[in-house]
Write a protein that binds this ligand. Structure first.
Ligand code: SAM
Length: 282
């Protein structure tokens, strides 16, 4: 999307600032929704995205799962309670880790679910140490996507499965257009942090080049479109609390970002994809 410099790339700082407000704006699960109908409840739709990932992951009780970019751990806890799996969540955000641990302790799940501050592009876990890798809407925040893919594949045991979903880019954005829309991209960066979208086909290729067999690659662009209206509704409903956490400017940037993203979805620039893949057994 926009050029990012080393100096400006601080996803952890960004997430620390907005962690508290995001629950109000994005709902119970911090990601896009897959809507069955445009007016469906946001929480139902975000949970449907989780369900689509779960179907692709084919969890079994006792498996060890790596949750890459775990936010505050809602999904890690959900996977542990629903499927009886053990989950390690990683994020670059110290506030994310602290909040996730606190919530997990309160839920009595600390034996089953843990969190660590690690960079997914150099995670330092041993080879073949997880049965499943779960990457939900965090890859667009990482600078080196191929390092993410190769690290995720490395730590997955042969016979294991990986599921991924995220915002994708459907077309090349010419330099002149980037220049003309720089205010829009700056607004998105202010609200969501620095992000880079890549085509779904590129993710498929990276996963295959890393040695995975891609079994499913779904374009969810249409089904995720109503997410933006739901975000605007939340921003209006929780205006005072969000302004207190993010400031007037942050609230405004979020609402404007929802408008900009919706237009980028509608004009065929961005969209959403989901991939399920397996690591061949030897
Ligand atoms: C949009 S949130 C998604 C949270 C969660 N997966 C969910 O859907 O509820 C993105 C997450 O990715 C994390 N993240 C960003 N860059 C990362 C990196 N290089 N390594 C690990 N986590 C990262 C952020 O700290 C945040 O927890």
């Amino acid at each position: 999307m926009t050029e990012v410099t080393d100096e400006s790339y601080e996803p952890a700082d960004h997430y620390d600032r907005v962690t508290h407000a995001w629950g109000l704006l994005l709902g119970a699960e911090l990601h896009y929704g897959v809507f069955a109908t445009p007016d469906e409840e946001l929480d139902r739709a975000t949970h449907r995205l989780t369900e689509r990932m779960e179907e692709g992951a084919r969890f079994e009780k006792g498996l060890r799962v790596l949750d890459v970019g775990c936010g505050t751990g809602a999904q890690a806890r959900h996977l542990a309670t629903t499927h009886g799996v053990d989950v390690v969540g990683i994020t670059t955000s110290p506030v994310g880790v602290a909040t996730a641990r606190e919530l997990t302790e309160a839920a009595g799940l600390s034996d089953q679910v843990s969190f660590e501050q690690r960079d997914a592009t150099a995670n330092e876990f041993p080879d073949d140490s997880f049965d499943r890798v779960w990457i939900l809407e965090s890859s667009h925040l990482m600078r080196d996507r191929e390092a993410l893919v190769s690290e995720a594949t490395r730590v997955l045991r042969p016979g294991g499965r990986l599921v991924w979903c995220d915002i994708v880019r459907h077309r090349v954005i010419p330099f002149l257009e980037v220049r003309d829309r720089r205010d829009e991209f700056a607004t998105l960066r202010e609200a969501f942090g620095d992000a880079r979208m890549e085509p779904l086909a590129d993710y498929v290729r990276w996963f295959e080049e890393a040695g995975l067999t891609v079994e499913q690659a779904d374009d969810l662009t249409e089904a995720t479109l109503p997410t933006f209206q739901a975000w605007r509704d939340n921003a209006a409903r929780h205006r005072d609390a969000v302004v207190e956490a993010l400031g007037e400017r942050g609230h405004e940037a979020f609402v404007r970002s929802a408008d900009i993203l919706e237009s980028l979805w509608r004009d065929g620039t961005f969209g959403y994809g989901l991939i399920a893949a397996a690591k061949p057994a030897p």
